[in-house]
Write a protein that binds this ligand. Sequence first.
Ligand code: MF3
Ligand code: CO
Length: 251
Amino acid sequence: MIKIKSAVEIDKIRKSCEIVTETLELLKKHIQPGVTTIKLDKIAYDFIIKKGAIPAFLEYRGYPLTICVAINEVVVHGIPDNRKLKEGDIIGIDVGVKFNGYYGDAAITVGVGEISKNAKRLIDVTKMALYRGIEKCIKGNHLSDISHAIQTTAEENGFDVVRKFVGHGIGTKLHEDPQILNYGPPNMGPILKSGMVFAIEPMVNEGTHEVEVLDDKWTVLTKDRKLSAHFEHTVAITENEPLILTKFKDN
Ligand code: MF3
Ligand code: CO
């Protein structure tokens, strides 16, 4: 069942989302060669707590920390540790918080210093795929219109979308119905209605879409060890335009 949120509830989700984007903006400033991902995690944890919010991923199904990181061939759900970022890496950072009973969730992928042309292109295309999906978040559209827009954007640019992980509804739970696939034909699934709130999160691979999970049971990486990028926004469907609740100040 896809829950319809009232304006008051959407406002609560917006507050959580603001903390998420502020956290990501703060982390972006610390992305540089030599910084460890555990340091980034600590910065995020301290900031979220200072805001009176709760890190949404911490202890979620046993996840041990605040943020998920994804360096280079890691797709999603990498656990922060003492590894240092180095020039040319790309890093995905995923942040979720709970505030006043409502969740917000977003992810970005950024380069560390100078990155290769193809890495930059992968990042740009993944972000574009997310925005093409968001453009379909219009009442009256079908759910899979989002999926289809994401897939075609990635594939037209020579990349492949990950099948194994999906976006999701979000509200009083981090993961609510529906599952939002990042691929598929248009015109399928439920009709979008004003008041639905989705976390849309394409993962796009430089090589094939196939992934595997490390023995830590969390870290997802590409089977071919080529690069992967991930972007996520929490978005509300309204009477008019899609409303991006995790919008950054700069884009
Ligand atoms: N944005 C991701 C998701 O919605 C992050 C979840 S990490 C977990 O699934 F640790 F909470 F599982
Ligand atoms: Co999510």
